[in-house]
Design a protein around this ligand. Sequence first.
Ligand SMILES: Nc1ncnc2c1ncn2[C@@H]1O[C@H](COP(=O)(O)OP(=O)(O)OP(=O)(O)O)[C@@H](O)[C@H]1O
Length: 244
Amino acid sequence: MTRPATAAATTPVQGLPLALDDVTYRYGRGQAGVGPLNLQVQPGEFLCVVGPSGSGKSTLLSLLAGFLRPQRGEIRLGETPVRGPDPRLTLVQQEAALFPWRTVAGNVAFGLERQRIPRAERAARANETLRLVGLEGYGPRRVHELSGGQRQRVSLARALAVQPRLLLLDEPFSALDDRTRTVLSDELLGIWWAQKVTVVFVTHNLDEALALGQRVVALRGGEVVLDDRARDLDVAKLRGTLEG
Ligand SMILES: Nc1ncnc2c1ncn2[C@@H]1O[C@H](COP(=O)(O)OP(=O)(O)OP(=O)(O)O)[C@@H](O)[C@H]1O
């Protein structure tokens, strides 16, 4: 993973440590689901989670985001458990689920309204965050005027505007063309580097995980089968583990 040469200018946000202790989730009475999972993510670490279809990536993210509650074990962000939707974390999904009736700035400011941030500060933070994702001046535009890549930038800006301590990303660039994906990946690294936010990035694409993550965790059958620093990874072994 290469460090971006210039870090984007913004208020640094210190990421929180994330801990999963013996976390298990099963759908219904079946065996499908994840766990037991034990993971420690350092404050400000960029962790990529890879795995084939059905390996439990989305389930893990839903647990981290507080949409699902573990049936066993505990997830902690900093000192406190995640027990439901949590203002300290935000999630960027594969498809940018933006509000079509709001402007770009209105979408970015959405989370700030919920935090009851005053209007002038909301506008300033929305503009600052749009600049961070390369969309300076796009605030008054409507969402339908934007390309797929620009919409995903807005989605990222909306997640960043609330200054999360943990940023969750679920295959955020997979619907984009290769060039846009590379550009946005580089920009995401710049933002992460500047903000020091803890990142969990889920992808089925091993090359993307290796390009982005400081550390890569591989899931299979709902369990961690490999956990290593990206630079130390035996890529052939990992491919074999995921495909075998
Ligand atoms: N709502 C559900 N009800 C029952 N089983 C489910 C449900 N959602 C997921 N599963 C099962 O749980 C396991 C993990 O699924 P999950 O969606 O987390 O995998 P994934 O790695 O995200 O897959 P993909 O890459 O295809 O999105 C799979 O066996 C899946 O069939």
